[in-house]
Design a protein around this ligand. Sequence first.
Ligand code: GUN
Length: 310
Amino acid sequence: MAEKIDGRSIAAQLDEKTKAQVDEMVAAGMHRPGLTVILVGDDGASQVYVRRKIKACEKVGITSTEHRLPADTSQEDLLTLIDQLNNDPQVHGILCQVPLPEHIDTRLVLRSIAPEKDVDGFHPVNVGRLSTGTGGIVPCTPLGVMILLQSVVDDFVGKDAVVIGKSNIVGKPVANLLLDAECTVSVTHIYTKNLPEIARKADIIVAAAGAPELVKGDWVKPGAVIIDVGITRIMGEDGKEKLVGDVAFDECQHAKAITPVPGGVGPMTIACLLANTVQAAKALQSEASKADHYADAPSRSMFTEAAPGN
Ligand code: GUN
């Protein structure tokens, strides 16, 4: 049987570390870390996600503020709000929930968030920092993937890793992080030829294609480590809805370790958002990083520090 990588428990351990860091900052007379979440419109799923993020802040002692704006908010008003938040010293993290209404240019909005407060790691400056290995804020889900891998992989150097999916928010950043960890990385996608064959060579598989149970048992080498980022709601044979990942979990028990869905990557994303907020708050308040907010590469060092056992 493959070891089940327990994302809930690893996320809870990370939250404990985050809470301890918040307490230390406050005890040292620093501002309590503050996260502001902006939600435009009334998309049901977005409301649920935002509620979870706000609640998670409470748990670790991060101050949270929510701006709920109507769906017909103008782009200009949204940019004005972001500008105010960029200049507010009590705000260390800004997250604008996407999708945004169609009349708003999402890329422009995400670019308008100050890179040092961009706790999603979506700003082109942070994307560039990540791809050049020069620090910056690492996007939450890729950071969570690396922390999960760290819990079961002793040595990344020279490992063959396959990333399935090339999205800007998961596939590409995960590939960069694996490269930085000295893996040999193949990034694959819907047009990749011989995907099962490529996957079969991998020591590490990160599945982030959004295709339910795409990765079959015979795609997986015995002893490989599998991180399943996919999560899709499907109708089960019993007529009940269920959540499935991109990996046929039951067929992959010859792997060394595998994340379940749910309970694998999912819980890590919010835990990493909280950790990113604390790192941003520290960087914004530290003398050393006033000249260069990335001088100490806040999030980059995190997945080594945050891994259980470290
Ligand atoms: N919508 C769904 N997931 C996310 C996320 O991680 N960040 C933001 N800003 N919006 C989202």
